[in-house]
Design a protein around this ligand. Sequence first.
Ligand code: XMP
Length: 326
Amino acid sequence: SWTTTSVVEEQVAAIRAQVGTKRAICALSGGVDSSVAAAIVQKAIGDQLTCVYVDHGLQRKGESEQVEKDFVAATGVQLKVVDAEERFLTALAGVSDPEQKRKIIGREFIRVFEQAQAELVAEAGAEGEEVAFLVQGTLYPDIVESGGGTGTANIKSHHNVGGLPDDIEFQLVEPLRQLFKDEVRMVGSELGLPDEIVHRQPFPGPGLGIRIVGEVTKERLDLLREADAIAREELTAAGLDREIWQCPVVLLADVRSVGVQGDGRTYGHPIVLRPVSSEDAMTADWTRMPYDVLARISTRITNEVADVNRVVLDVTSKPPGTIEWE
Ligand code: XMP
């Protein structure tokens, strides 16, 4: 019968048999799937695994710390952090088109990851070891959707940030390929991962880069990070974070409206709240959230985030609106 303990034991044995004494690499995003996949592989092969975290500067408040501190503390995993914020911001400068942003972020991610990977392969080689495996957090629904391929690095492009290169000669380790999302969360808890990681809502690979309508700049990212953190804090405090599928917080950076704040007229930006209810993100409905929670979020964002003088609620279902604004 299915228990999380038996799944973990079975996978640990299978990973040990597959990897042997060689080494493995895993790209961590901070999301549930890659975190649980890395944790289970770490349990199986310990320091033969190295995780790579590309800090692209498009994360939400506290997310990098969650990976760098909490995840490492919970698992003891070896982590290589690449600080690539400047590189991503430079590549994104002047770009407003959503698909172009996705392409740039995906491309830069691949380049940075490949460079980190090459360094790890070289370091291991110097020690006489071989890096032969790449860990992926592929789930059962991912396999069904993409037609059931196995064994080689062939990942559909939206699964990670822009997808990984398809010319890598690594063998894949996919310990979650028989599991559904709720089972992955149970396995994550069994492995001792913090609730903030195990119950994280879906978050797009390109991060806040596609939640700023307009050009992505450091100032705008910092502003959106503050607004998003307030919304998440209030949703959690109201006990709604596990009920809502996800709640994108979007900055309309190219829009300004008149407001009155303190003793004067302001000309600031609107923030959009996009809480949705969904089973699988293919379709969604806007969440009928309690007015008092919306009121608290609105009051706090306009009081605490400079340059924001208006908060609006998105009441569009999917279709016709997508969950994200870009
Ligand atoms: P949409 O906006 O298409 O989003 O209704 C459906 C789900 O996919 C997420 N999403 C992405 N995830 N890379 C990702 O890894 C992307 O480029 C991307 N775009 C959207 C979105 O957050 C929602 O859960």
